[in-house]
Design a protein around this ligand. Structure first.
Ligand code: G3P
Length: 216
């Protein structure tokens, strides 16, 4: 499973890129807003750090506007720029239009199998079911991930499933079990994925025992 960071914070993104495990980055206007930086500056800097797909949200509500935004962003780096398109009728038209222009798309705010099927049929590069937001309203977010991955595999779509709106490390583990192509993970959860008390205890024990070995 590929690992994307779900963040617009350049320090976090740089840090995780330095671990050598980063395949991409997803952003949205709420994440950029938290940084207090201008949208374009933020995206440009992320593109300079991340060696992989960088999702940038389209803001227009009509397909022509979304396609125009996509063409503009793609000028920065078409191999990385991925336009995040909301699951609407206009969004589907935009996905088709951008796909025909060989611009990558990530259909976002997906909460059902039907929405995922439509995104895949429109030619989306990625589809992003939001696990945590479903859990928040007492629906089983991970069950939807399992169903969508199975559907994509059964029908042989090229679309990759991004497990999004991840809230804790178990969401990542379940995404792996579901055979998800990608998980986009907030920084604090990436850090938690590294940690294990037995690892820390083992390091301490080995260090302490090393100190007791007679010096030559
Ligand atoms: O990638 C989607 C993500 O940014 C949404 O997460 O925690 O706002 O539901 P959250």
């Amino acid at each position: 499973m590929k690992i994307f960071i779900d963040s617009a914070d350049i320090q976090e993104i740089r840090e995780v890129a330095s671990w050598g495990i980063l395949d991409g980055c997803t952003t949205n206007p709420s994440l950029v807003c938290k940084t207090g930086r201008p949208f374009r500056d933020c995206i440009q800097e992320i593109l300079s750090v991340v060696d992989g797909s960088v999702s940038v949200e389209a803001i227009a509500s009509d397909s022509a506007g979304m396609i125009k935004e996509g063409l503009d962003w793609a000028k920065l780096d078409q191999s990385k720029v991925t336009i995040k398109i909301p699951m609407t009728v206009e969004g589907l038209k935009a996905v088709r239009g951008l796909t025909e222009r060989e611009i990558k798309t990530n259909v976002t705010l997906v909460f059902s199998m039907n929405q995922a099927l439509l995104a895949a049929r429109a030619g989306a590069t990625f589809v992003s079911p939001f696990v945590g937001r479903l859990d928040d309203i007492s629906h089983d977010g991970m069950a939807l991930i399992h169903d969508i991955v199975a559907m994509i595999d059964d029908y042989g779509f090229d679309t990759e499933v991004i497990s999004a709106s991840i809230r804790h490390p178990l969401h990542v583990i379940e995404s792996i079990r579901a055979g998800c192509h990608v998980a986009t993970i907030p920084y604090d959860i990436l850090v938690k994925m590294i940690k294990h008390p037995l690892t820390d205890a083992g390091i301490k024990k080995f260090y302490d025992d090393y100190q007791k070995i007679p010096k030559q």
